[in-house]
Ligand binder design. Structure first.
Ligand SMILES: Nc1ncnc2c1ncn2[C@@H]1O[C@H](COP(=O)(O)OP(=O)(O)OP(=O)(O)O)[C@@H](O)[C@H]1O
Ligand SMILES: [Mg+2]
Length: 446
């Protein structure tokens, strides 16, 4: 006998499942706005697999291929006992019961077009990269529900308070016809995971402490957005404050000893803009120094063309070597971390041929958008774990006819949800956020 084990909804997911319209009828368009780790994806998977077993046609939508592939794998595992056919490349699972799930990325403007679905599930609806998600919904996805009078469930946490953002719009503008369920992360009674043998009272106490710690240690607006799923107004908020990188208002001395030094390079032309800057930031890691586990030692920004970058890389490595000696780095220099795309990719390949110490920045970091990346490293900065040395703090240089400390001006000038972000120089900012994530990890709190 085949038995499909669909995830049993936790108590708050059951509340979302039973959501009703103001007139008391069952909601057919749900916007499930919940904090990180509430169980949004699991909820969607339960709805999708349950539907597929019951012969329904389901459309599953996610912002990018990576998120889609994760859901595909989990859904296929659940449906294994009734799998009729499946293809990851085609994004399709059919069940022996006659159901099917199509998987679509929202990078595709035609996602869902010409199909018909009993149920549509959109995961991470606030994080679509296209600026036109409302258009995709209206022109491509919503029409798929017409034939069967289908239902739609959108699951996401929030991403600013931008009226053009899909999740924001469907939660705030009744014209889209969605009913909203809003809950914080702590409403998932299953997180953090219970330890083996841990009794109820001890677990509940530990759980309280986990959430209290999050509230204490997160940038307050990050906590509100990520864990309370509130629509945070980021406009005008200086996200990275320089005060957190100083001690008593002063930059710090170059550490006399540390674990290691490394550099992060953000190379030009990745946005296709000619004469973009190429930036480098140098860091010292000293995990045992709780007051300053990461220190920015120096930075530079230059304007050179692609091919010349490879002749410049040895200079960066020589600087690192000198900084390694100056800081008594126990493990020495780790080398230069470089984004594995566009001109960075060419630089990495050239470095590999020449035996230079260049390391690709992990794809999990480069795949994130600028805002998401800033949020993932914000705890470390907020908690004062990143300090700036006097050399890096007092340095100014002329770049594109402007003389100033480009590192501190880019870092403190960064704004979440900045619509003009593409026009701003942010090469040093990218080096900064990558460097913090590489050294201190990209924490999600649990
Ligand atoms: N009904 C459930 N039964 C068992 N475990 C669950 C259930 N719902 C959620 N979980 C667990 O809680 C954790 C978070 O779930 P999930 O990944 O679905 O949350 P999410 O809200 O999508 O998180 P994120 O914001 O990171 O995308 C996972 O470990 C998941 O297995
Ligand atoms: Mg999820």
């Amino acid at each position: 006998m085949t038995r499909v084990i669909i995830p049993t909804l936790h108590s708050d997911q059951v509340r979302a499942f039973k959501l009703r319209n103001p007139d008391g009828t069952r909601a057919k368009r749900k916007a499930i706005r919940c904090g990180r780790r509430w169980g949004k994806t699991t909820y969607g998977e339960a709805e999708a697999t349950n539907g597929a077993v019951k012969r329904l046609s389901i459309g599953w939508f996610a912002p990018d291929y990576k998120k889609l592939a994760e859901a595909y794998n989990e859904i296929l595992t659940i449906l294994k006992p009734v799998r009729f056919s499946s293809s990851k490349t085609e994004g399709l699972i059919r069940t022996t019961t006659g159901g099917r799930i199509d998987f679509w990325t929202l990078e595709d403007e035609n996602a869902g077009r010409s199909r018909k679905y009993h149920k549509v599930i959109i995961d991470e609806g606030a994080f679509t990269k296209t600026p036109n998600m409302l258009g995709i919904w209206e022109k491509a996805i919503e029409p798929t529900l017409l034939d069967y009078g289908g239902s739609a469930t959108v699951l996401s946490n929030t991403n600013g308070n931008d009226p053009d953002n899909f999740m924001y719009a469907i939660c705030n503008d009744p014209k889209w016809g969605f009913v909203q369920y809003h809950a914080p992360s702590r409403n998932n009674p299953l997180i953090p995971e219970r330890l083996i043998g841990e009794d109820e009272a001890t677990y509940l106490l530990r759980r309280e402490e986990v959430f209290a710690k999050l509230r204490r240690e997160k940038h307050p607006l990050v906590f509100q957005q990520e864990y309370e799923a509130e629509f945070v107004d980021w406009s005008g908020v200086a996200f990275f404050s320089i005060d957190k990188m100083l001690i008593g208002g002063e930059s710090v001395a170059v550490p006399p000893n540390c674990d290691s030094v490394f550099a992060v390079i953000d190379s030009a032309t990745k946005t296709g803009k000619a004469n973009d800057g190429t930036a480098v930031v140098y860091f010292a890691v000293n995990k045992s120094n709780v007051a300053a586990p990461l220190v920015i030692l120096d930075w530079d920004v230059i304007q050179i063309e692609g091919d010349l970058l490879i002749t410049w890389l040895p200079t960066v490595l020589a600087n690192l070597e000198a900084l390694s000696r100056k800081t008594g780095a126990r493990a020495g220099s780790l080398g230069a971390f470089i984004e594995d795309k566009d001109s960075g990719q060419i630089l990495l390949q050239a470095a590999a041929r020449k035996g230079l110490s260049a390391i690709p920045i992990p794809g999990s970091l480069t795949a994130l958008g600028k805002d998401e990346r800033a949020i993932t490293v914000s705890d470390h900065v907020y908690q004062g774990k990143v300090k700036i040395s006097a050399d890096a703090f007092n340095k100014t240089m002329t770049f594109k006819e402007t003389t100033r400390n480009h590192l501190t001006s880019q870092v403190t000038g960064f704004r979440i949800g900045d619509k003009d972000a593409a026009k701003r120089a942010d090469d040093l900012l990218d080096c900064f956020t990558y460097g913090v994530a590489i050294a201190l990890g990209n924490a999600d709190g649990f």
